[in-house]
Ligand binder design. Structure first.
Ligand SMILES: Nc1nc2c(ncn2[C@@H]2O[C@H](COP(=O)(O)OP(=O)(O)OP(=O)(O)O)[C@@H](O)[C@H]2O)c(=O)[nH]1
Ligand SMILES: [Mg+2]
Length: 390
């Protein structure tokens, strides 16, 4: 504890001195009125003796000289603070001003900015739409798929369909182009109907019936001298079938049992304009039977071999039949039983895969009526489903 005495003129002065020297926590212990010490004090006014104290532990105020220094530093600090604050305030004002301008420009006043924003949104929507459309089938793809389904509905074989699609360029009118392609693919010819005509083909496709139809037409309508030969020795009753037709039309008929007999049969009909040769129906998969048949056909020097194939043949089997009979060197096609189907895509597959011309089509069981040379435009219409054989 610090105790100190002060001689002062009044109590107010005592309080100031005490606070200055002992700090704000100083307290007055005692006070009394006294004369100033020494000679002069005898005549002077009485003064106060004030005893004050302060606890040592308690924080003291800075002594006056130090307080002044502290005050000075505080003033400088405050001054620099003010200056800094002014700068801060200035830059704050500028910032606020700029932001206000930007805010106004960005939000309300600047048409250019709005346009920019709209453009960005538009770009975003476009890119989103592009991304979506990448994953979705395009209109062109949908149309192409629909076109493929249409071709499948027409019963057009897959490999032929691919050829068709290859020929159609993007953007072309597919249906118009399809007609053109069909015309190119559907090869027809009109045979001379002279010399030896040999009909080969799978079992039951209508070879014998077709020969009867041809014999009737050529003989009765075209007034040609017609001869009939059958090498059908395999099936009981087969010979009788053709023999009966021959007798009805009244034309020569011969049965050939071995390749050797072929020469004699042909010679016996040397006065005929046309000789029709019927053959045994064979499975195209049976190579032995096909080569046996070939041994008969090879005996004929000048001939026109026709492959008879039904329009109701499954597209999977068409190729096997065409290949199986290729060793017999057929040069034309007769497509039968068009009356038994309502989709004619097989006609296209047969002619396209064999790369041979169609000479005849048959359209029913009636002899001799249900046979004719095909008309290319009619075949196109049939394949496209625009027309049908009733
Ligand atoms: N619907 C229809 N049936 C036909 C046609 N052509 C033939 N047929 C019938 O098909 C069946 C077989 O006829 P065929 O002439 O004996 O056949 P094929 O090819 O000689 O038969 P195989 O001698 O056994 O190989 C008969 O019932 C015929 O009437 C046709 O164009 N349409
Ligand atoms: Mg037959």
């Amino acid at each position: 504890m610090v105790i100190k005495k002060f001689i002062v003129g009044n109590m107010n002065e005592a309080m100031i001195k005490m606070k200055q020297e002992l700090g704000k926590d100083a307290v007055i212990l005692s006070q009394r009125k006294i004369r100033r010490p020494g000679f002069k004090g005898l005549f002077a006014k009485k003064v106060f003796e004030v005893t004050a104290c302060v606890d040592n532990e308690a924080p003291k105020e800075e002594p006056s000289s130090k307080s002044f220094e502290a005050l000075k530093r505080a003033m400088e600090f405050a001054k620099s603070n003010i200056e800094r604050n002014e700068k801060v305030e200035e830059s704050s004002k500028q910032f606020v001003k700029n932001e206000n301008i930007k805010y106004k420009r960005d939000n309300f006043n600047d048409g250019e900015y709005i346009l920019k924003e709209v453009k960005e949104m538009k770009d975003l929507v476009t890119s989103l739409a592009t991304n979506i459309s990448k994953n979705e089938p395009s209109e062109e793809k949908i149309k192409l798929q629909e076109f493929k389904e249409y071709l499948m509905d027409l019963d057009i074989d897959k490999s032929v369909m691919e050829k068709i699609l290859e020929e159609i360029k993007e953007g072309e009118d597919r249906e118009l182009k399809l007609k053109e392609i069909l015309r190119e693919m559907l090869n027809v010819d009109v045979p001379s109907n002279n010399g030896v005509m040999v009909l080969v083909g799978p079992t039951g496709v209508g070879k014998t019936t077709t020969i009867a139809k041809l014999a009737g037409k050529l003989s009765l309508v075209d007034k040609k001298k017609v001869g009939l030969i059958t090498i059908d020795t395999y099936r009981i009753g087969a010979v009788e079938q053709l023999k009966t037709y021959g007798e009805i039309i009244n034309i020569p008929f011969k049965v050939v049992m071995t390749p050797k007999e072929m020469d004699d049969a042909l010679k016996s009909m040397s006065n005929c304009d046309v000789i029709l040769v019927d053959t045994t129906g064979r499975s195209s998969k049976n190579i032995m039977q096909i080569s046996e048949l070939r041994s008969f056909i090879d005996k004929i020097e000048e001939k026109h071999v026709f492959l008879v194939i039904s329009s109701i043949t499954k597209s999977k089997d068409i190729e096997a039949i065409l290949n199986g009979y290729s060793s017999l060197n057929y040069s034309s096609l007769i497509i039968t039983k068009l009356d038994e189907t309502s989709s004619y895509g097989s006609i296209l597959s047969i002619t396209n895969k064999s790369n041979k011309n169609i000479s005849y089509i048959t359209t029913g069981q009636s002899v001799p009526d249900d046979i004719k040379n095909p008309d290319q435009e009619e075949l196109v219409r049939l394949i496209l489903g625009e027309e049908s054989v009733c």
